[in-house]
Design a protein around this ligand. Structure first.
Ligand SMILES: *Cc1c(COP(=O)(O)O)cnc(C)c1O
Length: 458
C-alpha cells in the first residue's frame, strides 16, 4: 500500500506522460567525465574531428555536460509512442517465491521487436542522421539487439544501414541477421575483407571469432571512407546514456505515483547505457543530497571491466581508430572466452558510470554465467517473461539482495532494469538446460596482459 492504494502489478504511465525531455545527468555530476582524446595526438577531440565520424547534433550532445534537460524532438516522440511508455512491474510472484519482505520492481524494456532498450537510442541517432541529410549509417552489433533496433529505426526513416556483426554471433544467431535484413539492413560478418582494418585483423588472427571492438573498427572505417555515411554506436557514449534516460524518467514518474522511493537500483552493465539511463534521475537526487539510494552495476565475471579493470584512457575498439575514452577497462585487446554466452562483452564501460564508480556513487558486482542462468530460469518460471541473458545479470543480484532482506527482515524497495527478452538466446539456454554451461573467469595474467596495451596518455 502506498497513498492508501495497493500497488498494481503493472504501473503504466499514460502516453501524455512520456517524457518530453531527456535528462543529462552530467549537468549534475560534481566531477565531470574526462574528455575524449584523439587516438594519435592524445589531444581532446574537437567537434570538427568528431563530426567526421558522428552526426553533428550527436556530437553536440556528446560534448554537452551542462544542459540538464534536452528536448526530445517531436518526430522521435512519435516513434516512442509506438512502443512506450514501458511498464514498471511489481514482481509480486517473484517476491512470494523467494519469501522476501522486500518489494521488487522491474522496468521492462523488451516490448518491441528489437527485444531491448536499444531502440530508445537507435531512433534518436537515426533521426539526427536523417536530419543532417545523410544517405545512411554504419554500426557494429554483437548479439544483434542493437543492429535490429537500428534497422527498425533506419527503415522507419528511410536511411541505408550497414551492420558489421561479430562473426560468432552471425553464425550462432542467423535469426537475428534475418530480422535485420527484413528491415532492409545490409549485414556483414566481422572481421571481413571489406575494410582495411578487417583484413589486417584477419591476417593477424586467422580463424578469429571476431569481437565487438573489431566490428566497431570496421564500421568506423566504412563510415569515414564513404561519402554521406556516419557511424553510430549503441552504448558507452554519453549521447546514448542521454537517450536512455527515458528509462529512468519513466520509472521514476511511475514509482512517484505510489510514493515508492527505491532503496536499491540494479542494472546489468555491458557498455553501461541501460544502467546509466535507469539510474539517471535517481542518481541526480543522490548527488543533490535528496536520496541515499544504493546503485549496483552487474557485469559478467568473464568480462569484468569495473571489478577487475583499470580506470584509464583506452581505445574503444580493437583496431585503435576510435577516440580514447577514460573509463574502467580490461583493455581493448581483451576478448572474453568464447564459452561466455551471456552478452555484455565490451571491454570498457560508459565514462559517466566509470566516473560515478570512481567517485564511490555506484557499486559493482561480477557474477558467473551459470548463476545468471539459474536466476533467469527462476525468473521465467515465476514472473513469466523469458529474460535476455544480459538482463539476467541484474535479476541475479536483485534476487541476492531480496534474499538478504529475507534474512534481516527489512522491507526494502528494489528496482532493477529488465532490459530485454531472450528469444534469440535459446542456444545459450539449451547449453544451460543440458548442463553444458561452464564459467570462465580470466586469470590475473590475462587481464594484466591486455592492460599492458593501454595507450600511454600523459
Ligand atoms: C545491449 C544490451 C545490454 C547491455 O548494454 P548496455 O549498454 O550496458 O545497456 C543489456 N541488455 C540487453 C537486452 C541488451 O540488448
Amino acid at each position: 500500500m502506498a497513498n492508501g492504494n495497493p500497488i498494481p502489478y503493472k504501473i503504466f504511465l499514460t502516453e501524455n506522460e512520456i517524457p518530453s525531455f531527456w535528462y543529462n545527468l552530467r549537468a549534475d555530476m560534481k566531477n565531470k567525465c574526462a574528455p575524449l582524446l584523439n587516438p594519435e595526438t592524445h589531444k581532446p577531440m574537437t567537434s570538427a574531428e568528431l563530426e567526421k565520424v558522428f552526426c553533428k547534433e550527436l556530437v553536440r550532445q556528446e560534448l554537452d555536460d551542462t544542459t540538464r534537460l534536452i528536448p526530445i524532438p517531436e518526430e522521435i516522440r512519435d516513434f516512442y509512442h509506438m512502443y512506450r511508455p514501458s511498464p514498471v512491474v511489481r514482481a509480486y510472484c517473484l517476491e512470494k517465491a523467494i519469501g522476501t519482505p522486500a518489494h521488487i520492481y522491474y522496468k521492462f524494456e523488451g516490448n518491441n521487436t528489437s527485444g531491448s532498450h536499444k531502440l530508445n537510442s537507435a531512433i534518436a541517432q537515426a533521426f539526427y542522421a536523417k536530419k543532417q541529410g545523410l544517405i545512411g549509417v554504419t554500426t557494429e552489433t554483437g548479439a544483434g539487439q542493437w543492429g535490429t533496433a537500428l534497422a527498425m529505426s533506419c527503415a522507419y526513416l528511410g536511411l541505408d544501414l550497414k551492420v558489421f556483426m561479430v562473426k560468432i554471433s552471425y553464425e550462432q544467431k542467423p535469426g537475428r541477421k534475418e530480422v535485420m535484413r527484413t528491415y532492409g539492413a545490409d549485414v556483414t560478418p566481422s572481421p571481413s575483407t571489406t575494410t582495411n582494418v578487417g583484413r589486417r585483423i584477419l591476417e593477424a588472427f586467422p580463424g578469429t571469432n571476431g569481437s565487438l571492438g573489431c566490428a566497431i573498427s570496421e564500421a568506423v572505417e566504412y563510415a569515414t571512407t564513404h561519402e554521406g555515411y556516419r557511424y553510430v554506436l549503441g552504448s558507452v557514449l554519453n549521447q546514448v546514456a542521454l537517450h536512455q534516460s527515458i528509462i529512468g524518467l519513466e520509472a521514476k514518474a511511475a514509482l512517484d505515483k505510489y510514493n515508492v522511493r527505491p532503496d536499491i537500483i540494479i542494472g546489468c552493465a555491458g557498455g553501461g547505457s541501460n544502467l546509466a539511463g535507469l539510474i539517471a534521475p535517481f542518481m541526480g537526487e543522490k548527488i543533490n543530497g535528496m536520496s541515499d539510494a544504493k546503485f549496483i552495476a552487474v557485469e559478467p565475471a568473464s568480462c569484468p571491466s569495473f571489478t577487475r579493470g583499470s580506470f584509464a584512457y583506452d581505445y574503444c575498439d580493437t583496431g585503435k581508430v576510435c577516440p580514447l575514452a577514460k573509463m574502467y577497462t580490461v583493455g581493448s585487446q581483451f576478448i572474453p572466452s568464447p564459452n561466455h554466452a551471456g552478452g555484455l562483452r565490451f571491454h570498457g564501460m560508459s565514462p559517466i558510470l566509470s566516473q560515478l564508480y570512481h567517485d564511490g556513487m555506484l557499486e559493482a558486482r561480477s557474477v558467473e554465467q551459470t548463476s545468471v542462468f539459474e536466476a533467469a530460469e527462476f525468473f521465467a518460471r515465476t514472473e513469466g517473461i523469458l529474460p535476455a541473458p544480459e538482463s539476467s545479470h541484474a535479476i541475479r543480484v536483485a534476487i541476492d539482495e531480496a534474499m538478504k532482506c529475507k534474512k534481516t527482515g527489512k522491507e526494502k524497495d528494489i528496482l532493477f532494469g529488465l532490459t530485454g527478452t531472450g528469444y534469440f538466446d535459446l542456444s545459450s539456454y539449451r547449453k544451460f538446460n543440458d548442463g553444458e554451461m561452464s564459467d570462465s573467469i580470466p586469470t590475473d595474467e590475462e587481464i594484466a596482459k591486455a592492460l599492458t596495451q593501454l595507450p600511454q596518455v600523459e
